[in-house]
Design a protein around this ligand. Structure first.
Ligand SMILES: *[C@@H]1O[C@H](CO)[C@@H](O)[C@H](O)[C@H]1NC(C)=O
Ligand SMILES: *[C@@H]1O[C@H](CO)[C@@H](O)[C@H](O)[C@H]1NC(C)=O
Length: 496
């Protein structure tokens, strides 16, 4: 973890500190250039290239602002929706590989669509603070471009969807707020919107829900170093998704650094730091490629509550779908949604809340047992799942936790709960027996497992399980117990 922090720090310092002195001059040059754009609108002064993706040839076709014939030449179809992909800050001055993957994925999901890549590399391949200033000018250019489409070929801005990554998310936000008139752009998706110089800024100075009819955001790399994080932490959309809590992503850990360095040389460091940042992009692409594996995310206050399995409700629109197929719903306040994912595509996992009612029969003795659980489903089984309770077991209480599965096991029909007893525990149990000498024939004190309640996030199904042998509720170290569906035993009782 230490090395990872160092890497992130290096990248952040590289991002934040303008290294050489000609930065100032470049900045002035860009500022005057962009003022030029404002007054005399023609393509010569545009820093942005609008490259229409054409799937047939795998080459793109550039559309020039104010040159109608280029729309014809590129076969832009004004009656179809438009997605504009906006990249982020560039270290090496070349378009990143994910951009064309995203374009291809959009086409594969919806053939009836125009996909344009807004190439602003010239202004993005700068020291970070300068690239940040340029986001406004590029936003203005995209706004100008959309206004031109509207005036010249009656293409409605409400049919436009901007997908911006990192700094590109804020570019998209500026496009949305700078476009003239009262109508807004249809949708903006912010993929791990950049944090440094945007975090904590007023909504007009960053991506915000006001920038389009609907705004969604995915936060994947908000781990903080020296008060800064690569991705923005605060909510910036109508729905803000925080996969795995949003701080860091599975599969991006330090062990992989060496693979990356082996594969990419020293730029492997950048690859590694980018891993969690760029995960937002791949989650979105995943939502396009795997129609049958759409990831659901759930409204929750924070990741700790989510990790206890307490937020898996879809009532009153509390959950939503991550990515392209999100349910577009405007809310007065940003909603933070959480989910777990796998380390690679398809990222979807199945979320379950388990609530186990334990009674610890040894008074005053806190128990921190290790359990494993095996589930039998209608489609598949899941074996030996480790369970970590956030707290030790004491007294008479219900414990709630989250379990995620990579596969769809169907409806859960049987649970096996095993107390992974260690020698220490067995010993303790013997000691307890000696201290409290039980009369002959009396059982040892143990853990009573009354019921196990299961709620599946993805199906919203609930079920209650009871011990298979109704007269034997005790669980001892190294013992395994089987639980079966027992809703009928509770019939007639009030159930919450
Ligand atoms: C534009 O798309 C519409 C809707 O799919 C289609 O009917 C029409 O033929 C397309 N126009 C051109 C010029 O391809
Ligand atoms: C556990 O608590 C419930 C109510 O909170 C009570 O009805 C039950 O008798 C308690 N069981 C034991 C063994 O203390």
């Amino acid at each position: 973890m230490k090395s990872l922090q160092l890497l992130s720090f290096l990248l952040l310092s590289y991002i934040i500190i303008p290294a050489n002195t000609d930065g100032g001059k470049k900045k002035e040059a860009l500022e005057s250039q962009s003022q030029h754009t404002r007054t005399k609108k023609d393509q010569q002064n545009f820093a942005t290239k609008f490259r229409l993706y054409t799937d047939a040839t795998k080459e793109d076709c550039q559309i020039f602002y104010n040159q109608l014939e280029t729309l014809d030449k590129c076969s832009f179809n004004a009656s179809l929706p438009l997605v504009i992909i906006v990249h982020g800050w560039s270290v090496d001055g070349i378009l990143e590989g994910w951009i064309w993957k995203m374009a291809a994925a959009l086409k594969s999901q919806r053939k009836q669509i125009n996909v344009i890549v807004a190439d602003w590399l010239v202004s993005a391949h700068q020291h970070y603070p300068i690239a940040v200033q340029n986001t406004r000018y590029i936003g203005q250019e995209i706004a100008d471009f959309l206004e031109w489409l509207e005036e010249s070929i009656q293409f409605s801005r409400s049919n436009a969807h901007l997908i911006g990554y990192s700094l590109g998310a804020h570019v998209s936000g500026f496009a949305g707020s700078f476009i003239s008139g009262t109508n807004k752009i249809g949708r903006i998706t912010g993929l791990d919107a950049a944090g440094p110089l945007f975090e904590g800024m007023s909504p007009t100075d960053r991506l915000s829900p006001d920038d389009a009819n609907f705004v969604d955001a995915i936060h994947t790399f908000t781990k903080q170093h020296m008060g800064l994080s690569v991705g923005i932490k605060q909510p910036v959309a109508h729905f803000d998704f925080y996969p795995n809590g949003g701080t860091f992503q599975p599969g991006c850990h330090i062990m992989h650094v060496y693979n990356h360095i082996a594969e990419y040389g020293i730029t492997g460091i950048a690859q590694t730091v980018k891993c969690a940042h760029e995960r937002s992009v791949h989650l979105f692409i995943d939502s396009l490629l795997h129609n049958d594996k759409q990831s659901t995310a759930y409204w929750c206050n924070d990741i700790h509550t989510f990790n206890k399995g307490m937020c898996l409700s879809c009532r009153k629109n509390r959950c939503n779908t991550l990515g392209y197929n999100i349910r577009e719903e405007r809310l007065p306040k940003s909603r933070r949604l959480f989910l777990k994912t796998r380390a690679r595509m398809p990222f979807k996992v199945y979320h379950y809340q388990f609530k186990i009612h334990f009674i610890n029969e040894i008074p005053g003795k806190r128990i921190e047992p290790t359990f494993t659980m095996s589930l039998t489903g209608t489609k598949e089984d899941a074996k030996n799942l480790p369970i970590t309770l956030a707290e030790s077991i004491n007294g008479n209480k219900t414990y709630s936790f989250l379990i995620t599965l990579d596969t769809d096991i169907g409806e859960v029909i049987m649970i096996k709960l095993k107390w992974e007893g260690t020698a220490v525990w067995e010993n303790l149990w013997d000691t307890v027996q000696i201290i409290m000498p039980w009369t002959k024939g009396t059982r040892r004190p143990g853990l009573i497992v009354k019921t196990i309640k299961v709620k599946a996030g993805e199906t919203q199904q609930k079920a209650t399980f009871c011990s298979q042998s109704i007269d034997n509720l005790h669980l001892y170290p190294a013992q395994e117990k089987t639980f079966v569906r027992c809703e009928d035993r509770f019939q007639g009782q009030n159930r919450k």
